[in-house]
Design a protein around this ligand. Sequence first.
Ligand code: ZN
Ligand code: ZN
Length: 134
Amino acid sequence: MLLHGSCRCQAVKFEITGPIHRFTNCHCPDCRKINGAAFSSNLVVAAAGFKITAGEEMLADYESSPGKFRRFCQTCGAHVYAHINSRPEIVIVRAGLLDDEPGVRPQNHIWVSHKAPWFEITDSLPQFPEAFKG
Ligand SMILES: [Zn+2]
Ligand SMILES: [Zn+2]
Protein backbone atom coordinates (compact mmCIF):
# COMPACT_ATOMS: atom_id res chain seq x y z
CA MET A 1 0.00 0.00 0.00
CA LEU A 2 1.17 3.50 -0.81
CA LEU A 3 -1.28 6.34 -0.38
CA HIS A 4 -0.46 9.98 -0.93
CA GLY A 5 -2.05 12.93 0.79
CA SER A 6 -1.59 16.66 0.91
CA CYS A 7 -2.99 19.81 2.49
CA ARG A 8 -5.02 22.29 0.45
CA CYS A 9 -2.04 24.52 -0.41
CA GLN A 10 0.23 21.53 -1.14
CA ALA A 11 2.93 22.71 1.28
CA VAL A 12 2.45 19.61 3.42
CA LYS A 13 2.54 16.18 1.83
CA PHE A 14 2.42 12.74 3.41
CA GLU A 15 2.50 9.07 2.59
CA ILE A 16 0.72 6.14 4.18
CA THR A 17 2.15 2.68 3.75
CA GLY A 18 -0.22 1.18 6.30
CA PRO A 19 -1.60 -0.71 7.89
CA ILE A 20 -4.83 1.23 8.32
CA HIS A 21 -6.34 -0.04 11.57
CA ARG A 22 -9.66 1.76 11.36
CA PHE A 23 -11.64 4.20 9.25
CA THR A 24 -14.16 6.06 11.32
CA ASN A 25 -16.44 9.08 11.17
CA CYS A 26 -15.90 11.06 14.36
CA HIS A 27 -18.65 13.39 15.58
CA CYS A 28 -16.84 14.65 18.68
CA PRO A 29 -16.91 18.41 19.31
CA ASP A 30 -13.16 18.71 18.69
CA CYS A 31 -13.39 17.14 15.25
CA ARG A 32 -16.50 19.13 14.38
CA LYS A 33 -14.99 22.45 15.29
CA ILE A 34 -11.52 21.81 13.99
CA ASN A 35 -12.80 20.55 10.65
CA GLY A 36 -15.72 22.98 10.46
CA ALA A 37 -17.98 20.11 9.47
CA ALA A 38 -20.60 17.71 10.81
CA PHE A 39 -17.90 15.11 11.42
CA SER A 40 -14.37 14.15 10.50
CA SER A 41 -13.49 11.02 8.53
CA ASN A 42 -10.39 9.68 10.21
CA LEU A 43 -7.92 6.95 9.37
CA VAL A 44 -6.22 5.32 12.33
CA VAL A 45 -2.85 4.35 10.89
CA ALA A 46 0.25 2.71 12.31
CA ALA A 47 2.70 5.50 13.11
CA ALA A 48 5.43 3.43 11.47
CA GLY A 49 3.42 3.51 8.23
CA PHE A 50 2.91 7.27 8.13
CA LYS A 51 5.46 9.79 6.95
CA ILE A 52 5.43 13.54 6.29
CA THR A 53 7.31 13.86 3.01
CA ALA A 54 7.18 17.64 2.58
CA GLY A 55 6.44 20.69 4.69
CA GLU A 56 7.06 19.27 8.16
CA GLU A 57 8.21 22.75 9.19
CA MET A 58 4.83 24.16 8.12
CA LEU A 59 2.94 22.12 10.72
CA ALA A 60 1.66 23.78 13.88
CA ASP A 61 0.40 21.85 16.90
CA TYR A 62 -2.80 22.38 18.82
CA GLU A 63 -3.23 20.37 22.01
CA SER A 64 -6.98 19.71 21.79
CA SER A 65 -7.02 17.59 24.93
CA PRO A 66 -4.18 16.77 27.32
CA GLY A 67 -1.50 14.89 25.41
CA LYS A 68 -3.44 14.88 22.11
CA PHE A 69 -1.96 17.10 19.44
CA ARG A 70 -3.66 18.16 16.22
CA ARG A 71 -1.27 19.21 13.50
CA PHE A 72 -2.21 21.88 10.96
CA CYS A 73 -0.72 23.47 7.91
CA GLN A 74 0.08 27.02 8.98
CA THR A 75 -0.64 28.38 5.50
CA CYS A 76 -3.97 26.85 4.50
CA GLY A 77 -5.20 25.69 7.91
CA ALA A 78 -5.79 22.09 6.87
CA HIS A 79 -5.86 19.65 9.77
CA VAL A 80 -3.45 16.96 8.63
CA TYR A 81 -3.28 14.47 11.47
CA ALA A 82 -3.36 13.99 15.22
CA HIS A 83 -1.08 12.11 17.55
CA ILE A 84 -1.55 11.11 21.16
CA ASN A 85 1.39 10.96 23.56
CA SER A 86 0.00 7.88 25.32
CA ARG A 87 -0.48 6.03 22.02
CA PRO A 88 2.72 6.61 20.05
CA GLU A 89 2.06 3.55 17.87
CA ILE A 90 -0.76 5.26 15.93
CA VAL A 91 -1.55 8.50 14.16
CA ILE A 92 -5.02 9.71 13.18
CA VAL A 93 -4.98 11.02 9.64
CA ARG A 94 -7.75 13.16 8.12
CA ALA A 95 -9.07 11.12 5.22
CA GLY A 96 -10.22 14.23 3.37
CA LEU A 97 -6.58 15.02 2.62
CA LEU A 98 -5.97 11.82 0.67
CA ASP A 99 -5.14 12.18 -3.01
CA ASP A 100 -5.44 8.44 -3.66
CA GLU A 101 -8.27 5.92 -3.35
CA PRO A 102 -7.58 4.18 -0.04
CA GLY A 103 -9.49 1.01 -0.92
CA VAL A 104 -11.28 1.09 2.43
CA ARG A 105 -14.49 2.80 3.55
CA PRO A 106 -15.69 4.26 6.84
CA GLN A 107 -16.64 1.47 9.24
CA ASN A 108 -18.60 3.28 11.91
CA HIS A 109 -19.59 6.55 13.56
CA ILE A 110 -18.10 7.45 16.93
CA TRP A 111 -18.94 10.09 19.55
CA VAL A 112 -22.48 10.10 18.17
CA SER A 113 -23.74 11.37 21.56
CA HIS A 114 -22.04 14.66 20.64
CA LYS A 115 -23.09 14.91 17.01
CA ALA A 116 -24.39 18.14 15.52
CA PRO A 117 -28.18 18.36 16.03
CA TRP A 118 -28.64 19.51 12.45
CA PHE A 119 -26.95 16.45 10.97
CA GLU A 120 -28.74 13.15 10.49
CA ILE A 121 -26.76 9.95 9.99
CA THR A 122 -28.45 8.23 7.07
CA ASP A 123 -26.21 5.21 6.53
CA SER A 124 -26.46 1.91 8.37
CA LEU A 125 -22.94 1.80 9.82
CA PRO A 126 -22.61 0.97 13.52
CA GLN A 127 -22.87 3.97 15.84
CA PHE A 128 -21.02 4.35 19.12
CA PRO A 129 -22.10 7.00 21.66
CA GLU A 130 -18.48 7.69 22.58
CA ALA A 131 -15.17 6.19 21.53
CA PHE A 132 -14.94 2.99 19.50
CA LYS A 133 -15.13 -0.19 21.53
CA GLY A 134 -14.55 -3.54 19.98
ZN1 ZN B 1 -1.40 23.87 3.39
ZN1 ZN C 1 -13.16 13.39 17.00
